[in-house]
Write a protein that binds this ligand. Structure first.
Ligand code: GLN
Length: 540
């Protein structure tokens, strides 16, 4: 069967959850046995979100092939177990960069380079890139932004043209918002009607409408929306707020979203989706009673999207172990040696978050000192691992003022230092050590036991590394380097074996944790936290 292209647009307001609807549809189609991928087109000018501050755009997600991506790609992978890549996330900046490079090369010699057709053609080429591989029955494309935004116009024009070219092989899903006016006690569909009109005015007729709502929308109202918007009544679907985003695929399936997509695109029919594993996960999520409390020490805690993949990984691991995780976000700038006990003593496990720069770093050291001395299960990720190394150097090995050269270029003990290949790099965008690298784990280490394997692939995003010159002294003092890259010998994992669970990874295991396959290291950390919690309650 020819590849089917599903375009997901959004109207009325942003943050309606296009990524969740796209991921839910992908989950349903995959569970029916189709081959599916999801991609996101972002209208901003940045080449990728790698240079964006988390306050701007939440977490930066990283793919296996080292692309710094929108956090929606994290949702795609967590819902579907699909491995995304650079091709799954394209920005206006990337499109323009390619077109401008072609212009400089002379590819358009003699021609005026314009938004239409040059930019729109480049968008179309990128939309079809994954479909052309022949590896997918469905390519779901999420168009970032809201219909009516100036910057999404070229994307809408490009996909309008694609619909014209692809006919039945292309389909539009438009996600809108139906507000509930408390004073009038009424749901209002006018914004949806306006938003669809806006879409129609650029030549796009949605085939399916998904109406996000906080209150159940009556069937008569759904029919009315269909009538006003030229959409078949059964293709007007509501997306009522759910206690968890992982219920959304079920809600969509109940309203036949997957059936409608299959029917309208003429895809070869497949049996009903097999959602057994998914339902089992949801059953645990909804019924688990025992609580495990994990502290997450970082500097972006006001904005929880900044640590999206970590919080999701914790939730997945806890759910698989039939527990509910309670995450306490602890601001590293507000943490010091004097208040660490008060802020950390009720936790069953602590994560020291990734990050960049000096701000809040001393609080991470205070947390680590307290956790190490009280033998609390502790997991340092990327900068968190580097902080583990620095704290150990300062307080166990007596290397005063040990630091990373990221924080102090003149430190007498640069236990964390800039990687050799980073020294000549001056551009900030896309130049870190990025993507999946192999890591060899020491047999018998906590990390190797967690994975049940001595060779793993995990994703990276950093410029600094453990300084090899200090390896021997650390090992002597009790912090072991138990994971390294087999080719470069860069230290990727450290642990203090005598502790309950004190492990730091230079890589980000949270990027490879999904609903159906939680990351083994998160599972192992969570097991340790649960065991510690049980131990504390039995000695009370
Ligand atoms: N800032 C550190 C580095 O560049 C850690 C990065 C991170 O935590 N992702 O090495």
């Amino acid at each position: 069967m020819d590849t089917k292209y599903i375009f997901v647009t959004g109207g009325v307001v942003s943050s309606l959850g296009k990524g969740i609807i796209s991921s839910s549809l992908a989950r349903l189609l995959l569970s029916r046995g189709y081959r599916v991928t999801i991609q996101k087109f972002d209208p901003y000018i940045n080449i990728d979100p790698g240079t964006l501050n988390p306050y701007e755009h939440g977490e930066c997600y990283v793919t296996d092939d080292g692309h710094e991506a929108d956090l929606d790609l994290g949702h795609y992978e967590r819902f579907t177990d699909i491995r995304t890549s650079r091709a799954n996330n394209v920005t206006t900046g990337r499109i323009y960069q390619t077109v401008i490079d072609k212009e400089r090369r002379g590819d358009y010699l003699g021609k005026t380079v314009q938004i239409i057709p040059h930019i729109t053609d480049e968008i179309k080429r990128n939309v079809k890139l994954l479909g052309k591989t022949g590896d997918y029955d469905f390519v779901i494309t999420e168009i970032g932004g809201t219909v009516g935004d100036i910057e999404s116009t070229p994307f809408l024009e490009a996909v309008r043209q694609l619909k014209w070219e692809l006919g039945r092989d292309a389909l539009f899903i438009h996600l809108t918002y139906v507000p509930y006016l408390h004073a009038a006690k009424e749901l209002k569909t006018k914004p949806t009607q306006h938003s669809v009109k806006l879409l129609q005015s650029v030549g796009i007729q949605p085939d399916i409408l998904v109406l996000r709502t906080e209150k159940e929308i009556p069937a008569s109202m759904l029919r009315k929306v269909g009538l006003f918007c030229n959409v078949a009544p059964e293709a007007v679907i509501q997306s009522l707020d759910q206690p968890t985003i992982y219920q959304v695929p079920l809600r969509m399936h109940e309203q036949h979203l997957d059936d409608i997509v299959i029917r309208l695109t003429g895809a070869d029919p497949r049996p009903e989706p097999d959602l057994n594993a998914w339902n089992k996960f949801l059953h645990h999520l909804n019924t688990a009673e025992k609580i495990v409390t994990i502290g997450l020490v970082g500097k972006y805690v006001e904005l929880q999207d900044a640590y999206k993949s970590i919080s999701e990984s914790l939730m997945q691991a806890a759910t698989h172990l039939d527990h509910k995780v309670k995450i306490e976000y602890i601001h590293s700038e507000k943490l010091n040696d004097a208040n660490a006990d008060e802020k950390l003593r009720n936790l069953d496990g602590v994560i020291i978050a990734p990050g960049f720069g000096q701000r809040g770093i001393e609080g991470k050291f205070s947390a680590l000192k307290w956790c190490r001395e009280h033998d609390v299960p502790t997991f340092g990720i990327c900068l968190g691992m580097q902080c583990m190394v620095i704290e150990f150097a300062r307080n166990v090995m007596g290397l005063q003022d040990a630091n990373s050269t990221e924080m102090d270029t003149k430190t007498p003990h640069n236990v964390i230092d800039l990687m050799e290949e980073q020294k000549s790099i001056s551009n900030m965008g896309g130049t870190m050590r990025l993507g999946a690298y192999k890591c060899r784990l020491q047999p018998g280490s906590k990390a190797a036991l967690a994975y049940g394997s001595e060779e793993v692939w995990e994703r990276h995003r950093h410029r600094f590394e453990f300084n090899e010159d200090y390896r021997h002294s650390f090992e002597q003092a009790g912090m072991k380097c138990v994971g390294e890259n087999p080719d470069t010998h860069l230290v990727e994992v450290v642990e203090i074996p005598e502790k309950r669970w004190f492990v730091g990874t230079q890589y980000h295991p949270e990027y490879r944790s999904t609903v159906l396959h939680p990351n083994p290291l998160f599972l192992s950390f969570m097991k340790a936290a649960i065991a510690y919690s049980d131990e504390k309650s039995s000695t009370k």
